[in-house]
Design a protein around this ligand. Structure first.
Ligand code: SAH
Length: 362
């Protein structure tokens, strides 16, 4: 929790840890709440501006603490209002986060890793390989920065962990981030306003089932047979579709909650009537809703987007058989901010599929 220069990093601390740190330095614990409010609720990271703290305390804090905060390198605004933020982290790595207005709520889409190890066949982020995990502070930091930049610190918004990376491949940092975001002294974002999307890293899913603070769950399914999923979502070779759906059946849901199943539609690959009927059978016994994602095409992605008639026909088969279905309206495609299009510029030029060192394979 200390930065390379020896400062304590408040961004990385939950309230308990901040209290303990202050205590250890002989400062009153209640200042932790004040600090937490300044940083998370008001987006202030300069101690000088924290006016309800005494002058002496402010200057001691400034010598020992910092609040590491991602830096906005560039923003791009789509014609539909979606805004993509390119952020630079303390070590120079870059990530993208996206603001999507009115879906119907305002939504902030954040990253959990730099790059991704999952290598799904249709997703550009996977082309970066995995560079490193984000820390809890960097995950929360994206929300702090976007909310401040967009003037949303006082208003309600949703968060989706659907940016770069596989959240359950960075379990501890993601769950700690959810705890910090939920803290009533900070942004107080209820976990029900947070959706975690995963390809289905089974051990992570099983741990998630036991968490006291439980986000909404979205599963990137994308296929209806083991063979098909092995090809499209390679982690399926390790954690198969049958086991994944079993874990979903067992997943503890509160009354009225449902699991979202994301299904990217690839022309001639997984979009047939038969796929739709198989999907209906797979959903049996699960409180599910299906979200169809017609592929966002990109150079280097060897698949095509089906036409609207095919997507509608697929959706109709599901709904006629009692499966709740929606079609994700793609947002921000003109600025490459749509699902699966997040890849930081320096890596756009690198050779595709380059795997970078650092993380354990899952
Ligand atoms: N790794 C997590 C979080 C990313 S969420 C996960 O896979 O669930 C991003 C969603 O967009 C995932 O469902 C992903 O499969 C989907 N996606 C990826 N590439 C896409 C593309 N080119 N077009 C449409 N959706 C895509």
């Amino acid at each position: 929790m200390t930065l390379p220069d020896g400062h304590y990093d408040i961004a990385e601390m939950d309230l308990d840890e901040l209290e303990q740190t202050l205590d250890g330095l002989g400062k009153a614990r209640f200042h932790a709440r004040q600090l937490f409010q300044w940083v998370h609720r008001r987006g202030i990271v300069e101690f000088d501006e924290m006016t309800d703290l005494g002058r002496d305390l402010r200057s001691t804090l400034a010598t020992q603490f910092q609040v590491a905060t991602p830096l906005v390198v560039r923003t791009e605004r789509s014609s539909d209002g979606t805004t993509k933020f390119l952020l630079r982290l303390d070590d120079g790595q870059r990530i993208e986060s996206v603001f999507i207005p009115d879906t119907p709520s305002n939504t902030v889409c954040i990253s959990s890793q730099v790059g991704c190890a999952m290598q799904c066949g249709f997703c550009l982020t996977g082309r970066m390989g995995i560079v490193r995990n984000l820390t809890a502070g960097e995950i929360v930091g994206q929300v702090r920065v976007l909310a401040r930049e967009l003037g949303m610190l006082q208003s309600r918004f949703n968060i989706v962990l659907m940016g770069m990376g596989e959240p359950l491949h960075n379990y501890d940092a993601v769950m700690k981030a959810i705890r910090i975001l939920a803290d009533e002294h900070g942004l107080a974002i209820h976990p029900r306003r947070i959706t975690l999307s995963t390809v289905g890293v089974l051990p992570g899913l099983e741990r998630l089932a036991t968490e006291p603070l439980m986000p909404n769950l979205a599963i990137s399914l994308h296929a209806t047979t083991a063979e098909q999923r092995d090809r499209l979502v390679p982690i399926n070779r390790k954690y198969g579709i049958v086991e994944l759906l079993d874990a979903c059946r067992r997943f503890p849901l509160k009354r009225r909650d449902r699991i979202t199943f994301e299904y990217v539609m690839l022309k001639g690959v997984n979009d047939s009537d038969e796929d739709a009927r198989r999907l209906v059978r797979l959903m049996h016994g699960i409180r599910a809703k299906v979200n169809l994602l017609p592929l966002n095409e990109a150079a280097g992605i060897p698949y095509e987007r089906p036409d609207d008639a095919r997507v509608n026909r697929f959706a109709k088969i599901l709904s006629e058989r009692g499966v709740t279905v929606s079609v994700r309206k793609s947002r921000g495609r003109d600025i490459r901010a749509a699902c699966g299009q997040l890849i930081t510029e320096s890596s756009r030029q690198k050779s595709p599929g380059q795997m970078l060192a650092g993380l354990m394979p899952v």
